[in-house]
Ligand binder design. Structure first.
Ligand SMILES: [Zn+2]
Ligand SMILES: [Zn+2]
Length: 171
């Protein structure tokens, strides 16, 4: 996703609109894929020394549920804002505060990826009450119960251990 800022660079204070779509199946960030079209739109403002990019990103990416391991669509609706400076004017090495652009081309790929990463849940869940997989047979419990023994409530597990120990001391 590149924006030609050749003309904008010569006109301080001017604003350039941009809008593009990332199609389903395309990478959104790293291994993560777009699920329903990712709409990216915003503006680039020529602020003299820097170009300021502001915009928003709307759509859905595919995540894997951390409990049942099924894929699901995670909706994104986020704003982003980033300062860009010409690479020649930048300090050598990486700087957290601004990104750089080369010549007349402003590449938004890193910014989009970073925006997606920053808005991912720590523990993705297909739904808040996802029942997960049976720890014994691996059956997806969202599709109904399996034939295994009901699992011990984890809150009582220490007590069950203690009881087992009392019954079989020394184990
Ligand atoms: Zn799940
Ligand atoms: Zn089971």
């Amino acid at each position: 996703m590149e924006i030609n800022v050749g003309r904008l660079k010569r006109h301080p204070e001017e604003v350039l609109d941009f809008s593009f779509t990332v199609a389903p199946g395309e990478p959104a960030a790293g291994e993560l894929r777009v699920r329903s079209p990712l709409q990216v739109e915003g503006t680039v403002t020529n602020a003299g020394r820097s170009l300021f990019v502001r915009g928003n990103l709307t759509g859905e990416i595919t995540l894997e549920c951390s409990r049942c391991l099924e894929e699901f669509g995670f909706p994104l609706r986020v704003r982003f804002e980033q300062e860009f400076r010409p690479q020649s004017a930048g300090l050598p090495g990486f700087d957290d505060d601004f990104m750089t652009y080369h010549d007349d081309l402003l590449n938004l790929d890193d910014l989009i990826q970073q925006t997606v990463w920053l808005n991912l849940p720590m523990k993705p869940l297909c739904r808040p009450d996802c029942l997960g997989l049976c720890p014994v047979c691996g059956h997806n419990l969202n599709e109904g119960p399996c034939d295994c023994e009901p699992a011990v409530d984890p809150r009582w597990a220490p007590l069950a251990d203690m009881k087992a120990h009392l019954r079989h001391p020394g184990q």
